[in-house]
Structures are given as structure tokens and as C-alpha cells.
Write a protein that binds this ligand. Structure first.
Ligand code: PLP
Length: 290
């Protein structure tokens, strides 16, 4: 699992040479005073790698910059990250899928110098869930659908390092005999999963929850919408009442490494699975250049 530290440069600074330093996994690398590990004060992206190439790079860089802006972090140097991500992706085996976790933190308190690193991981397993599907439970996220307007300091829509709640929700799902979660607002709308976006099909319409209810804009969801539009399906970002989960003709969780995983059960109720569309969706996601 190659690990790279990034010599973070300000936005706009030239970065013609490599700014990555490869470190041996397991060798202490990070200052314990760094506000990333100390307070979860930073942002990240997880990027899928296929054949040694990063997928949806533009969309990930755009979201990284958006998250950084929401946290008042210095603007990431797009060119530097683009080079670094491409270089780190090329360190992975080309015969299987992989992923990169790229991290930008506020750095050591008072230093004004952000910290950056990239962890490159070959994917484990064969993603059997893309065929077999998964059981999910719905869990109240504790926010109303107007949280982003009412309490923007909660950072809804930013991909911050503070994922302890998301991980706790996944453990709760396992306790309930499921493997994933669909978060819902306390006023009854579908949000997202702890590490993926929810997609629904109603007839020839593909729907995803609106991001202004306080969820992340998904890069995989964007690709799924492009795929759907190319097939002549309608696409829509909507306010999705929780009851729609049992009305839909098919449901998926989508994310950058796992890609499209069909949902077979919601809170123990069996839901219909569209195997043909799932396969076509995953083929399109795997074939993405950007
Ligand atoms: N929502 C959350 C909370 C996530 O953490 C993620 C990905 O990690 C997603 C959605 C899906 O985003 P993407 O498709 O860009 O991987």
C-alpha cells in the first residue's frame, strides 16, 4: 500500500517537478500535532483507479476545492494535486482496480501550512456485491432537510475527515443484520449513505436526492446520470420522501471504488433489483476516462 507525503504548495505556484515523497507504509510520517488526526480538521477524496489511471479526476478536484472552501482552508493547488494523483495512481497494479485516498489538513496549529498525503490501495476482493446486492437500513441523521441553510457550520456537503459518525452508523447497520445505511432527515427525506450516494429508478427516470438538503455531490452519481442520459433515461435531482424507497423500481448505492451496488432489502423489506441496468451502469463506470 504505497503512501506518499505531498509538499503542499499554494494555489497557482508552479509544480513542474514531482512534489510527492514516497514513504514506507508503517514508518511514522505524520506529526501528532497535525489538526487532521487531532481534530478531524481537513478534507479528503477517495478516487477510483482503473488500469493505473485515476477516474473522474476533474470532479474530484472540484469537490476537493469546494470542501476546502467550506472549511476556510487554503485553496488547493489544482495542478499540483492533478500531477500528484496521476503519479500515485501509476504506482498501483494495472491488472485490478484500486483507490487513492487523498487528504488535505489544516496542518500543525498556528503553522498556516496545510499537510497533504495520498494513500494508494489495490482493491481487495472481487466486488461480488455488485452482483449479489446488499441489505440496507434507514437511520435518522438527526438533521432536518434545511440544515445546510439553518446551520452551515455543521459543514453539510463538505467531505471532511470527521467520519466517526458515518462509521458508527455502519456498525449500527451490522448490528441490525444489514451491511449499509441510508441516512434520512428527521423530517423524512432520503439523504445519502455514509460513504456513497443513493440512486433510484422510477420507470425510465433516474433520481438522486438534491444536494441542498446537506449531502455531498457524488462524482459517481454524476457519471451515472451521464450514462442514463446516453441511454435515453430521464435524470432528476429531487426531494425524495423516505417512503419512495419502497416505491422505486430499483435502488443503488454508488461510490468511486465500489461503483454501483444494487440494494436488495430496505429495513428487511425486499425491493426489486434491476440486474441488467446494474451491469450496464458498472461497465460504464469502469470505462470512465474522466
Ligand atoms: N456521500 C458520502 C458521505 C461519501 O463519503 C461519498 C464517497 O465517499 C459519496 C457520497 C459518494 O461520492 P463519490 O461518488 O464521489 O465517491
Amino acid at each position: 500500500m504505497p503512501v506518499f507525503m505531498l509538499d503542499v504548495r499554494p494555489a497557482g505556484a508552479p509544480t513542474s517537478e514531482s512534489t510527492l515523497r514516497r514513504v514506507e507504509a508503517g514508518v511514522p510520517t505524520l506529526d501528532v500535532r497535525d489538526l487532521g488526526p487531532a481534530r478531524g480538521d481537513g478534507v479528503f477524496e477517495t478516487i477510483g483507479v482503473v488500469g493505473g489511471h485515476p477516474q473522474a479526476l476533474d470532479a474530484h478536484l472540484k469537490r476537493l476545492a469546494h470542501s476546502a472552501a467550506l472549511l476556510d482552508l487554503p485553496e488547493p493547488n489544482e495542478e499540483q494535486w492533478r500531477h500528484a494523483i496521476t503519479e500515485a495512481a501509476a504506482s498501483l497494479p494495472t491488472d485490478r482496480q484500486g483507490g487513492l485516498k487523498i487528504v488535505l489538513t489544516r496542518g500543525i496549529e498556528g503553522s498556516g501550512q496545510p499537510t497533504g498525503w495520498i494513500v494508494a490501495s489495490p482493491a481487495e476482493g472481487d466486488f461480488a456485491e455488485r452482483e449479489t446486492g446488499i441489505r440496507v437500513v434507514t437511520l435518522d441523521r438527526g438533521y432536518t432537510s434545511d440544515v445546510a441553510q439553518r446551520a452551515p457550520w455543521l459543514l453539510p456537503g463538505a467531505k471532511t475527515l470527521s467520519y466517526a459518525v458515518n462509521m458508527a452508523a455502519l456498525r449500527e447497520a451490522r448490528r441490525r443484520g444489514a451491511s449499509d445505511v441510508i441516512f434520512v432527515t428527521s423530517d423524512g427525506y432520503v439523504m445519502e449513505a455514509p460513504t456513497s450516494t443513493v440512486i433510484l429508478r422510477f420507470g425510465d427516470r433516474i433520481v438522486t436526492p438534491r444536494t441542498d438538503i446537506g449531502i455531498l455531490p457524488g462524482t459517481s452519481q454524476l457519471s451515472v446520470f451521464k450514462f442514463a442520459a446516453d441511454r435515453g433515461l430521464g435524470t432528476e435531482e429531487a426531494l425524495v420522501p423516505t417512503s419512495d424507497l419502497l416505491r422505486a423500481d430499483a435502488l443503488w448505492l454508488v461510490s468511486s471504488v465500489r461503483l454501483a451496488t444494487p440494494i436488495t432489502h430496505v429495513d428487511d423489506t425486499e425491493v426489486s433489483v434491476d440486474r441488467e441496468l446494474t451491469r450496464a451502469m458498472n461497465e460504464a463506470l469502469l470505462a470512465r476516462e474522466n
